[in-house]
Ligand binder design. Sequence first.
Ligand code: FE2
Length: 325
Amino acid sequence: MGQGVSIRGAARMWGCSYYTARKRLLAGEIPPAIVEGAEGPQFPDLKEFPKDTDGTWGKLIGFQAELRRWDIQQSAATVDLHNVDGPIGIAIRGDWHLGSESTDYETFKAHLDLIDTTPDLYTAELGDLIDGYVKPNMPTGHHEAMVRVRFQRHLVWDACKRLSGRVLCTVSGQHDHWGVHQADFDPVEWVSHDIEVPYLGHGGLLTLHVGEQTYTMHIRHKGRFRSSANITHGIKQHWRFVEDADIGCHADMHIPAIEHVHWKGEHRLAIRPGSYKPTDDYAQAGDFGTSPAVMPCLILWPDRKRMQAWWTLEEGAEYLRGLRQ
Ligand SMILES: [Fe+2]
């Protein structure tokens, strides 16, 4: 500070607050102790916070804008499929749990191949792609890992690369997000950037332009209002309280469900996928039963607003092939 007095020192001398003292010093006032001679110890080279902090705020605001340029998470995304010449399929998938010793890798790989060999079939990936037990307070998950978490990430990457061109969006599940808790790293965000698809974070709204039609899909891994007694309840309450959509897709429960419903004057679809991990110690301890690798398949028409959903990916792919012949 000028005159060898700190802001705090001046505040003491004037008997005022820190900010009032700073204002008075900036206005050129000199504390009485300096004018009249200070009593007690003086600290002429005491380091202080800056008097003028506008520059700090300006740089902070500017750097925040710069950081946001790197943020690929979006709460809404558009998918443009204007040029399709017939119905399309969208496999509603989630809860891959790659890395667990319990995961059904045979069915998972068969689904990758089926998607790859079925034209006009896309996917929405609803999170928990990795089993990813990296939190120290979940020891049973650690013990049940078939491969270390680094290799689990490699498996997620490879699967997503194989699906490249088919994935319409991704969301992050809590298993993916444990990497954020521990190390600020979400494998789903990273791989979404790599395969260049919208990453919706915990969830978001997808607007699909399919030929002449527009469909909205709300997609989340985990939602509020969920009920084990009514599997699609959380999706419908999401439409009511949070965001409306033609189709709602939530994962996390590992219980597949499809519900066609007339809701707020429109035909809507609520869909939950199963899981490729049928069980683990957590599920057994919690009396969750076993989960089937049922991944429902949505069919959308481009020339009229028509939505259909098949219970399994296999049935949906077969029906889509028939439609497109
Ligand atoms: Fe899961």
